[in-house]
Design a protein around this ligand. Structure first.
Ligand code: ATP
Length: 269
């Protein structure tokens, strides 16, 4: 595996304690497909990590296993900083945002965002200020009463992000959330996501196919290769936040994109 580490140690979050560790994680599906083999990875608290790799290299599988959806075939995933229930299950809150906003079409924006709190048995009255705050953060404060069919693709994705964040999770898992959006909307949501992350500093694990998006957003890019899915490079984007259009237009951004593209190319050939 290639490691691209910066010369100088940078301040947190790079030096943060791991919040999730994967050791020798292997996943073989019932049909015999080995989606992941021997994945070792430590995700630091408050890191913004992108998983980048060709189609079928196991990015979504990895995200789902971290979310506790599906059995691991070998190896282990640990949450070293998290308390455990009496049954040994980690007590962490995870937010999940999918590529499709997956909103309930019959429910208003308010009710869509309310769902995770409702599942936690919080009353509408108690939840209302929390939902208003979340909708304000994603720029939809005036759309609580709207239905999904009345929203653009970007707005639906904002609702999905508000719903993913409503329980104030310590880890937000995002599976190609902006892949279906046009470039302008995507850039805007990239900026909004970074602004929210700067305020809260949850840990983000972000799956993408886009080198450009991963370099803009992440402080670390984990490149994966296929057949079997494994980590082939771990690249730090040692560039301060907040990031802006100036970073996107800078030569450093270009250099990082070239470096990451080369690592991706290598894994595919
Ligand atoms: N439920 C399943 N049953 C059997 N095989 C599966 C299942 N889910 C995924 N796979 C296989 O596991 C491998 C990894 O799939 P996964 O969706 O994790 O990759 P990915 O990197 O997220 O792909 P993409 O970028 O195209 O979304 C693929 O070969 C896929 O066909």
């Amino acid at each position: 595996m290639q490691m691209f580490a910066p010369e100088a140690a940078s301040a947190s979050p790079h030096t943060a304690k791991p919040i999730i560790t994967l050791n020798g994680v292997t996943k073989t599906y019932g049909n015999g497909t080995t989606a992941l083999r021997d994945v070792d990875l430590a995700i630091g608290q408050s890191e913004f990590v992108s998983l980048l790799g060709p189609s079928g290299c196991g990015k979504s599988t990895l995200l789902r296993l971290i979310a506790g959806l599906g059995e691991i075939s070998a190896g282990r995933i640990d949450w070293p900083q998290t308390a455990h229930t009496a049954r040994g299950e980690p007590e962490h809150d995870i937010g999940f945002v999918f590529q499709e906003p997956t909103l309930m079409p019959w429910a208003t924006v308010f009710d869509n965002v309310y769902l995770p709190l409702k599942l936690k048995r919080m009353s509408r009255r108690q939840a209302a200020p929390i939902i208003r705050d979340a909708l304000t953060k994603v720029g939809l404060e005036n759309f609580g009463k709207a239905y999904p069919r009345e929203l653009s693709g970007g707005m639906k994705m904002r609702v999905s992000i508000a719903r993913g964040l409503i329980t104030r999770p310590s880890v937000l898992l995002m599976d190609e959330p902006f892949a279906a959006l046009d470039e302008i909307t995507r850039f805007r949501l990239n900026d909004d996501l970074l602004a929210m992350w700067a305020g809260q500093h949850w840990t983000v694990i972000f799956v993408t196919h886009s080198v450009y998006e991963s370099v803009y957003l992440s402080d670390r890019i984990v490149v994966m290769g296929a057949r079997p899915g494994r980590v082939t490079a771990d690249i730090r984007i040692d560039e301060p936040y907040p990031r802006s259009e100036a970073f996107r237009l800078s030569s450093r951004y270009n250099d990082y994109c070239r470096l990451v593209s080369a690592a991706l190319h290598e894994t595919m050939t």
